[in-house]
Design a protein around this ligand. Structure first.
Ligand code: SAH
Ligand code: DHB
Ligand code: MG
Length: 222
């Protein structure tokens, strides 16, 4: 199977089930023009995040890794009146692009962007009394995933859902000897999820227009 085939199938399903969307399409275009890397979630993955948040009945969502706000918009649209997404971004330029994209989507009042290293902004959130979040989407620097898991557990409740992007990385995740800190971060993260009695989890490989990667989903149990 080739990337061209995966892309054609993504296009087929997205054409029927996801569809064009003015604000989301503009977010991608503006992000590309601003020179941001095109590593935002695929449309069908964004829709999956949206469906998961709706299944959760989420009112409070935490996102680690905003980029241009593409996944943020999908998540924010899942929330009822009064719902809130807090999204954490290290790069002020990304945060600025995201701010524009989120505003264009009419979601400026729903989304709070915190600029800074997530390992600095997460303790601030905890100190300020944020949480429990109903959904956490972990999608930032992969070597920090083990720490993001610990913070996610602090900032959620039984019944919350933790989702992590990029757990497969072209299949490299199975290479125990990998010298790539991203791969080692994902392996350690997955082992910690497995060892945590409060979590019930699964991981799925995903192919599509964005290549070969995957998602891990963990339900916080009582
Ligand atoms: N969730 C986005 C994609 C995020 S890409 C989407 O699907 O649309 C990863 C983002 O994490 C990048 O914007 C990067 O700047 C940010 N990032 C990297 N290290 C970070 C850190 N230590 N703290 C917060 N954000 C970080
Ligand atoms: C990278 C990061 C992502 O969040 C992603 O979805 C794809 C690639 C990266 O750092 O290369
Ligand atoms: Mg990602």
């Amino acid at each position: 199977m080739t990337l061209a085939q995966w892309t054609e199938v993504d296009d087929y399903f997205n054409g029927l089930l996801v569809g064009p969307d003015e604000a989301l399409d503009a977010a991608v275009e503006v992000s590309n023009k601003a020179g941001l890397p095109a590593i935002q979630a695929a449309a069908n993955q964004g829709k999956l995040l949206n469906l998961l948040a709706r299944l959760q009945g989420a009112r409070a969502v935490l996102e680690i890794g905003t980029l241009g706000g593409y996944s943020t918009i999908w998540l924010a649209r899942a929330l009822p009146e009064g719902g809130r997404v807090v999204t954490l971004e290290f790069d002020p330029e990304c945060a600025e692009v995201a701010r524009g994209n989120i505003e264009r989507a009419g979601l400026a009042d729903v989304v709070e962007i915190r600029v800074g290293r997530a390992l600095e902004t997460l303790p601030e959130l905890a100190e300020e009394g944020y949480g429990p979040f109903d959904v956490v989407f972990i999608d930032a620097d992969k070597p920090s995933n083990p720490d993001y898991l610990a913070w996610s557990l602090k900032l959620t409740r039984p019944g919350s859902l933790i989702v992590a992007d990029n757990v497969v990385r072209d299949g490299e995740v199975v290479d125990a000897d990998s010298t790539d800190p991203k791969v080692q971060g994902m392996r350690r993260f997955t082992e910690l999820v497995a060892a945590e009695p409060m979590l019930s989890a699964t991981a799925l490989q995903i192919v599509g227009a964005k290549g070969y990667d995957g998602l891990l989903m963990a339900l916080v149990t009582a």
